[in-house]
Every structure is written in structure tokens, then in C-alpha cells.
Ligand binder design. Sequence first.
Ligand code: TRP
Length: 334
Amino acid sequence: MRKNKLKKKILFSAIQPTGFVTLANYLGVLKHWKYIQKDYNCIFCVADLHSLTKHDNNFNLRKITLDTLAFYLACGVDPKKSIIFVQSNVDEHCKINWILNCFSYFGELSRMTQFKEKSRNNRNINMGLLNYPILMMSDILLYNSNYVFIGDDQKQHLELTKVVANRFNKYYGKTFTIPKNIMFKQGSRIMSLHDPKIKMSKSDKNNKNSIFLLDKKIEIYKKIKFATTDSESPSKILYDIIKKPGISNLLNIFSILSGKTILQLEKLFYNYNYSMFKEELSKLICKKLYNLQKRYFYFRKNENYLLKISRIGAKVASTKAKNMMNIIEKKIFL
Ligand code: TRP
């Protein structure tokens, strides 16, 4: 049993707490965490330092961090099996960040798609936005992660992590483990309900674009009802990402939640029009979210428990991070 635990590979994953968690976060990342705990030594981090890149007056980071922790537990992350911690509780993330800063180039960072998107039409282009991928590298490399579980939009950051880790290893000899990407194809591209060409995101200013895990039944029905569908006629329920991106997105959501393939769904809904299909989808989403919400509120009510879990997690993570920092510092400094 113990031997088995030692042999397991390390997997790191994190979500930055900003606003409420969306259905896209859930289907792309959170939903899988419960299951991967069996096969890996998992480290699940609430990346609150990353959230500081966003300045929003309505933003209570302490509260949102607790919300996010409660979501982790509600989704089945088990503190007995995995390390759950809050990033700002482990000082080494900022410490290693400086070192990795000095091994990453301005050109590399300014070319990141997410940076370009976030800095477009934004007056608040703080250095944290540019540095964002380096802080991600810090999280990943500090724990010798073999695998990183990320959403589709973070893939580029992981590629940069590999480049910088290799660069450092060339200078100082093998220090960092080069991480691999784990991504579940299904669920990694859930699109906005109103504009199926962009991703559903928790930082989207128009909250009708996203379904949030805490949305009430009535809100879910409304959002799905008004979700963009395609003017293709006849209004058949068919998957065609080019001609029918709206319906394809909804079919994709239905497929993941129900476990049925797209092909099965196309057959099942052959005689349905858009609004009948949307009705079925709303019903399914509500059913799935109901249990999740129940578990979420159970954990969220008990702040002392959440604080205790994060304290224990930070202690274990700190020990690992300090060990790694020692190795790095011995190679570079006096
Ligand atoms: N940037 C990720 C997000 O958008 C969160 C994150 C922070 C992360 N550090 C990470 C993901 C390290 C994977 C590995 O939510």
C-alpha cells in the first residue's frame, strides 16, 4: 500500500479564485479531480496570488478563496488523499518566482495569447499580468510535478514552463522535473452561451454568457433559453462546429453531463426543435448541479473547517516547497 503511494506520480492543478466557478471550469477541470486522486499524488492549489492581477472593487479575495476551497471539497477532492492549499500561504511561490523571472524573456511573455487578450482594451496592465505564466511555472516546478492538469487556454503557459525549466536545467544541471500535460479532451472547450466563438469564462463581464455552479434553476432555464442558436434552417439538433457553433456547444455540454455520445444525442433529438432541446438540457443541468450545490453549501457554511483544511495543506506543501527551494538555492547562491 505504502509502496504503491511512493510510486505514484505527482500531479498539480489549480484554479485562480475570481468570481464564481462556471460550468466550463467544472466540466473541463474540477469534475475530473475526484477520479484522478486515485492514480496520482495530487496537489490542488487555490491560486489566489494569480487573482491579484485583476483589480475589481467588488472583489473580496478572502471570501472568494473560501468559496473556491468549498468547491474543491464539493467536487470530491479529499484532503485525506490529496494536498489542498492556498497559494499565498506558501512563501516559496514568490521566492522561486524571482529566480524564474530571470530565466524568462520579455519577448516570450509578451507573446502569450492570454496576456495579449487581457491587456487589450485594459488600462490595468500591471506587471502581474505579464508575469502570470511565471507564477504558474513557480507553482508547477516547486513541487516536482510530473503532470499538470489544465484547461485548454492554459496550454501555452505549460509549454513555456517546459522551455524555462529546460533552460534552467542547462545552466545548473538537472534541477526541475519537466512536466507533462494532462487534459481531458471532452469538456475542455465549453463556449460562451452568447458567443460560441469565445470560451465560457468566469471573468466574462456579461454573466448571461456563463452558467455558474451556484445558479438557481430559474436562471439556468433562462440562460439556456436565450443561448445563441444558429439560424441554419431547418432548426435541427445537429453537431456542426462551423455552421452551427451554438447548438454544437449545447450538444457538447449535454453529451458530457449525460455520458451519451453526440451521435446518440443527434438521434435522440432528431424530432426536437431548438426550444424543446433547450428544455431538456436545462433539466439535465439543474439535476446535476443540485447535488453539487448541496455539498458546496454544506462545506461553505463551516468556515472553520475550510480554514483548518487549508492550514494543514499549507503545512505539507510548505515542507515540500522548502526542500525544493533549498536544492535550487544551493546551486545558485552562497
Ligand atoms: N491559471 C490557472 C487558471 O486560469 C490557475 C493556475 C495557477 C494553474 N497556477 C497553476 C493551473 C499551475 C495549473 C498549474 O485558473
